[in-house]
Design a protein around this ligand. Structure first.
Ligand code: MN
Length: 323
């Protein structure tokens, strides 16, 4: 299995990198992209960051977010290698897939999938985030980590660990965060500028989601549903769903929390677990995937029917768990 020293070796053998991530990138993806681009430039490399689409305004708190191009902007760059961050295979990069035809693909990711087709893959599912992996890589040349790089990596780790509360938060994660704070990342500024910067629309859809919570399986399952009208009325996009998905699980006595939302062609189900329930296994049953404590899947069914299917399956799953 590849490790940070192998990544050093491979990065040293090229001088021009195109950097990308998965479609609808999160803060770990974008923070990692910016941090890596800035760091490689300090090693006298040339870099260009290109994502499939433009960055939503909520990423404006990341230093140097202006460095992120939206495809096809930036594609005129003569790169020698394509670095894919926070995704296990190039198919996740949308339009950027085409970039893989011209150069080797180097992957750095923490999602638990084996990749057998990349030219190089450093995948470590024990790391909380791609930001934590990149910190491990950059830690060998700490003098090159400036406050902008430190802030982007800190934000990446903060976001992927739910502010250092998810099960993926380890002693190594906290040590990396502490080092990054000492290198110029401000935990307070980054947390407030990201988490305390929500719109009124977000709070109104949060209220809809909270007031709609129902329970099943003797209370062990809590879930809520959102229709496309709920999003339209609140003037918010589907990207807020990541935050809302945490809500049902936060109730006392709940083992699995779920958010069901209407999307094009069906229903997206986001699962979150507390305790032993393995929601990755459940998502995989429905053709989806994710982590043990956070996963998701798609059902080609209207919201009301998807709710019935999911509740029926989870009631059985939780009953079997209780033995
Ligand atoms: Mn990530």
């Amino acid at each position: 299995m590849a490790k940070s020293t192998d990544f050093w070796g491979i990065v040293s053998s090229y001088s021009r990198f195109l950097i990308t991530s998965h479609v609808r990138p999160d803060v770990d993806a974008v923070g990692s992209e910016i941090a890596l681009a800035l760091f490689l430039e300090k090693m006298s490399k040339e870099t260009r960051i290109v994502n499939e689409g433009p960055l939503p305004a909520s990423f404006g708190f990341l230093p140097r977010h202006d460095r992120v191009n939206a495809y096809p902007e930036g594609m005129d760059f003569d790169y020698q290698a394509l670095i894919l961050l926070d995704a296990p295979e190039i198919g996740r990069a949308g339009a950027l897939q085409e970039a893989a035809d011209k150069a080797p693909v180097l992957i750095v990711d923490h999602h638990p999938y084996a990749n057998r087709i990349a030219d190089f893959a450093w995948i470590d599912p024990r790391a909380s985030s791609t930001g934590e992996l990149l910190y491990r890589f950059m830690g060998e040349h700490r003098e090159l980590v400036d406050p902008d790089i430190a802030s982007c990596l800190y934000a990446a780790i903060m976001a992927d660990t739910g502010r250092f509360t998810y099960a993926n938060t380890s002693a190594d994660t906290l040590a990396a965060a502490a080092e990054l704070a000492s290198l110029g990342a401000s935990p307070h500024d980054l947390a407030t500028s990201y988490y305390e910067n929500v719109s009124e629309g977000f709070l109104s859809i949060l209220a809809v989601a909270a007031s709609g919570i129902r329970r099943a399986a003797g209370g062990a399952l809590a879930y809520t549903t959102l229709s496309w009208q709920d999003f339209e009325r609140a003037h918010v996009g589907q990207e807020v769903a990541t935050e809302l998905a945490e809500l049902p699980r936060s109730l006392a006595g709940v083992t699995i929390g779920a958010l069901l939302r209407e999307i094009a062609g069906g229903t997206r189900v986001s699962l979150r677990s507390k305790g032993d329930a393995d929601v990755k296994e459940i998502a995989e049953h429905f053709g989806g995937g994710g982590h043990h404590k956070a996963s998701g899947f798609f059902l080609e069914l209207p919201l009301a029917e998807a709710e019935i299917v999911m509740v029926r399956y989870l009631e059985e799953y939780l009953a079997n768990q209780r033995g």
